[in-house]
Design a protein around this ligand. Sequence first.
Ligand code: NAI
Length: 263
Amino acid sequence: MTTLNNKVAVVTGASKGIGAGIARVFARQGASVVLAARGADVLDLAAELRAEGCEATGVQCDVTDPRDCKRLARTAVESYGRIDILDCNAGICRLGNFLDENDSWRDAHVNVNINGVWNACKSVIPEIVRAGGGAVVITSSVTGDLVADPGEAAYAMTKAALVGLTKALAREFADRNVRVNCICPGYIRTPLVEGMAEQSDPDNPERAIDEIARAVPLGRLGTPEECGQLCAFLASDDASYITGAQVVIDGGSTLPETTSMGQ
Ligand code: NAI
């Protein structure tokens, strides 16, 4: 079984949703985890993990601010001596019509989803190199490089960019023993997706969730912990020959359908 014993991990966007799932799995697999997110709720999750006997520290950090990301890296090194793993998960998604939205819509996505990952990588990768190597995992999406729907222009553009960043960093840091991979989730049940369901069917958001689930071959949404398990594998020594990969975790929702009657 994958284990992260004796590893030090930094996880961004860790206060809720997928990031909280990643932080929980990392901590329960024995990593010392530094959880970062904008809100103070990240401190509560760190406290909850400590109460379970895990090593966890919460840091309020806005990944769009490079100084915050430097402080995050410093805190991790001061707390646990080094950093082995960076999981760049913080991200936003707001649907909009391309012709109606103004440029602040695009800028908000670029700032968090691209620049935020860039800032975290710039601050933390030097520490991973100093530690002798390790792993970076980036949360992209099936949206962008693989599929896209109307209303997703800003989001899709930024998530596709993360696939390119993953491959370029994998190449650039391979000689320093830093592996870089990304995960591409489909629908994962998080506050983000629950908010979208509420928007699309305010009277009965569960109906909207059920509709999503019906379109997924496995018949349900994924869980943050399932994403956490995948990230833990990619971050672990079990994945020692995997770098530059884009791993889809979507219950089969991006599988092409066939119209060829089984031929
Ligand atoms: P969420 O909205 O439930 O949680 C987002 C987390 O990111 C929170 O902890 C929030 O504090 C943090 N965050 C947002 N902006 C930040 C900033 N500027 N600085 C620091 N932290 C910040 O979202 P969810 O669903 O958990 O998504 C997490 C990641 O997974 C995002 O990158 C999202 O694009 C991606 N994703 C989610 C999917 C889903 O179905 N939920 C599908 C594919 C990708």
